[in-house]
Design a protein around this ligand. Structure first.
Ligand code: PAF
Length: 282
């Protein structure tokens, strides 16, 4: 596995692979890798001839009061995991490599970012769109892989690719969960044992919604009420948002129909966790 922070070198290596007719798959990450990331890497390895992974904790997508400083950085174990997966190239830039001092251009999405996480994390998706644009320009992959857990991010990146005509395909893979349903996230490691146990309630609430819908409930307000009730069994949990929306437009639904996104963000003490499910309803 080649490891570099040098943008010119990355371009050269990838160009060589492309000249050999190789299809390039790309998995952008912020490191602290878990099985969710590795499922993206494995998919890229299956579907591409040359897999590039980036590890970069992007300061632009963290708000001033967020966890940029304490965000887990685990380069050595990450490198080991990626080597084991036989990743071809690891791009590991620093903020200096990506953002010159007088960096002054950014990319913002003006519609889908106005909902959900965009409300409680202003500027977050602008940071994501900017870094992803830069990474796509550097790597120029044929396909790039994202997780369904960050459903709004995946939706916005598809829009970015469509609206800015990036010649690549976005692949969104299912959320990987612990055996008790908790979605894997690099932030799970902030949870103490009690909070980790409490965090199970998040997926329980999503499953409850699914069951209600399967039983014929079509009123989003009723489903949300039942979910809130289930979540309230954990006293220390604070709901940031809990919404039922159209999975494409992210607009709130008045009735359950079509491709339905049930999504939430909660705080367990200071740890912010997100999760969602998507259902196809006739
Ligand atoms: O999902 C993430 O880890 C990040 O938002 C991404 C896409 C790597 C951009 O920094």
């Amino acid at each position: 596995m080649l490891i570099t922070a040098d943008i010119a070198k990355v371009r050269r290596i990838i160009q060589q692979a492309r000249l050999k007719g190789k299809k390039v798959g790309f998995v952008p990450t912020m490191g602290a890798l878990h099985q969710g990331h590795l499922s993206l890497v494995k998919a890229s390895n299956r579907q591409s001839d040359f897999t590039v992974v980036s590890i970069f904790v992007n300061p632009l997508q963290f708000g001033p009061k967020e966890d940029l400083k304490k965000y887990p950085r685990r380069f050595k174990p990450d490198r080991k995991l990626l080597k084991k997966e036989k990743v071809d190239l690891l791009f590991y830039p620093s903020a200096k490599d990506l953002y010159p001092k007088d960096f002054s251009i950014s990319v913002s999405e003006g519609q889908l970012s106005k909902f959900l996480c965009g409300i409680s994390r202003p500027g977050h998706f602008k940071g994501v769109c900017t870094v992803v644009t830069k990474l796509f320009n550097i790597i120029q992959p044929d396909q790039a892989y994202f997780g369904q857990k960050d459903c709004q991010q995946a939706r916005i990146i598809r829009r970015l690719v469509r609206d800015l005509n990036f010649p690549l395909e976005i692949k969104v893979l299912p959320t990987v969960r612990e055996s008790d349903g908790l979605a894997l996230s690099s932030r799970n490691q902030y949870l103490n044992p009690k909070q980790r146990k409490d965090a199970r309630v998040i997926y329980q609430a999503l499953r409850l919604a699914k069951k209600d819908i399967q039983n014929g409930q079509r009123n989003p307000a009723r489903i949300i009420k039942a979910m809130r009730q289930r979540l309230s069994s954990v006293k220390s949990l604070k709901i940031d948002y809990l919404e039922i929306a159209n999975a494409e437009s992210l607009n709130k639904l008045k009735t359950i129909k079509g491709k339905v996104l049930i999504t939430l963000a909660v705080y367990l003490a200071k740890v912010r966790l997100i999760d969602n499910i998507i259902l196809n309803v006739d």
